[in-house]
Ligand binder design. Structure first.
Ligand code: NAP
Ligand code: F7E
Length: 339
């Protein structure tokens, strides 16, 4: 039998899924991803993985599926027979979860149990990673937040993630499964979805710099987050599944910054003053807000030997530069008569 490692990734078309797929392929894994059928292309973040510059055999395979369809997920699992499953698929937008609470719970809570049940049925030796979230700490009861800090979720999204967290722990204890929760604090990149605050800011700043827009409408800019780089965080996911046993880990930088500070970094880098462009729009406030998150990654450092490499300033610069380039290209296209 081949000793080649096989991984199945839900949410492979998302920010983290794309970095994780890259990382696992570079480690020699066969990578299988679950994608949703869409009327428009939704594989933009992973398309480059098919175009290996050295024309090596790229072992990336995509399967149509949806976490809410338990039968379909079980069928994919039986066919692929992975050694490791990374459950990154989710309706991941906190604000949207207030508009679509039931759908969010179906995907982010019931989707997880669908997958855990399928694993228990197909092969309970499959190692499982669950994308848990710092949002579970919500209205924080202590700072910094550790693996022992109690949860106080503040959104349908966070409630669904708390449900999944406990199911993972329960499957680990009840069925002796290798199942881990990565409690990841906010992590960003040039591939971040454009409606999350960091990317919304870098995208708008680049366009403002290039004269393509004038204003940026934001909600609560006093909120503080522990922001890291997605490319660093996916390595922690993999490290969790290489341990002798499943466990739960906080993955964070150990620094917190406000949205306001992020604005300073981004607009400052472009030689602009954000106060000339930003307007506060109550539409972007949430019914219940998470004011401050700050993670303590000591356990991940000690057990996984994991440390974040990209600083807050470097992250802001990386995202600003990438979005400035996008904006320059957009301006050039416009000047040549393209939309
Ligand atoms: P993302 O960019 O929003 O990607 C979410 C992925 O889930 C996409 O591939 C999406 O597919 C897929 N998906 C959505 N609903 C699905 C369903 N019903 N069935 C199957 N797949 C579905 O999120 P991300 O930032 O990469 O985050 C990855 C995971 O980590 C998520 O579970 C998120 O909740 C969690 N998390 C994120 C952070 C963070 O700061 N980024 C922190 C903690 C935890 P489409 O492309 O078709 O929409
Ligand atoms: O908001 C404030 C907003 O949407 C950050 C997800 O990946 O990380 C993410 O959730 C803060 C909040 O991320 C706007 O009120 C102000 O306080 O970028 P965000 P999030 O809600 O922290 C966690 C760890 C996850 O697990 C989630 O999946 O910024 N904010 N003005 C705004 N936020 C947005 N989106 N848009 C604004 O205009």
């Amino acid at each position: 039998m081949s000793d080649k490692k096989v991984a199945l990734v839900t949410g492979i078309t998302g920010q983290d899924g794309s970095y994780l797929a890259e990382f696992l392929l570079a480690k020699g894994y066969d990578v299988h991803g679950v994608i949703r059928r869409s009327s428009s292309f939704n594989t933009e973040r992973i398309d480059h993985l098919y175009r290996d510059p050295h024309e090596r055999d790229v072992r990336l395979f995509l399967h149509f599926g949806d976490l809410v369809d338990g039968t379909g997920m079980r069928e994919i699992l039986s066919r692929v027979r992975p050694h490791e499953v990374y459950n990154l698929g989710a309706q991941s937008h906190v604000r949207v979860s207030f508009d679509q609470p039931v759908y969010t719970v179906q995907t982010d809570a019931l989707g997880t149990i669908n997958l855990l049940e399928a694993i228990r049925d197909v092969d309970k030796n499959i190692r499982f990673y669950q994308a848990s979230s710092s949002e579970m700490y919500g209205k924080v009861v202590e700072t910094p937040q550790t693996e022992k800090t109690p949860f106080y979720p503040r959104s349908p999204y966070a409630c669904a993630k708390v449900y999944s967290y406990w199911q993972v722990l329960n499957y680990r204890e009840a069925y002796d499964m290798h199942a881990s929760n990565g409690i990841l604090f906010n992590h960003e990149s040039p591939r971040r979805g454009e409606t999350f605050v960091t990317r919304k800011i870098t995208r708008a700043a680049g366009r403002i710099k290039e004269g393509l827009q004038k204003k940026l409408f934001l909600g609560n800019i006093e909120a503080k987050r522990d922001w890291g780089f997605a490319g660093d965080y996916i390595e922690a996911m993999w490290l969790m599944l290489q341990q002798p046993k499943g466990d739960d880990y906080v993955v964070a930088t150990g620094e917190t910054h406000s949205v306001r500070e992020f604005l300073d970094e981004v607009f400052g880098h472009l030689g602009l003053n954000w106060k000339d462009h930003v307007e506060i729009d109550p539409r972007y406030f949430r019914p219940t807000e998470v004011d401050l998150l700050l993670g303590d990654p000591a356990k991940a450092k000690r057990v996984l030997n994991w440390t974040p490499k990209v600083t807050f300033k470097a992250l802001a610069k990386m995202m600003t530069e990438a979005d400035w380039t996008l904006a320059k290209n957009e301006r050039i296209l416009r000047e040549h008569g393209h939309k």
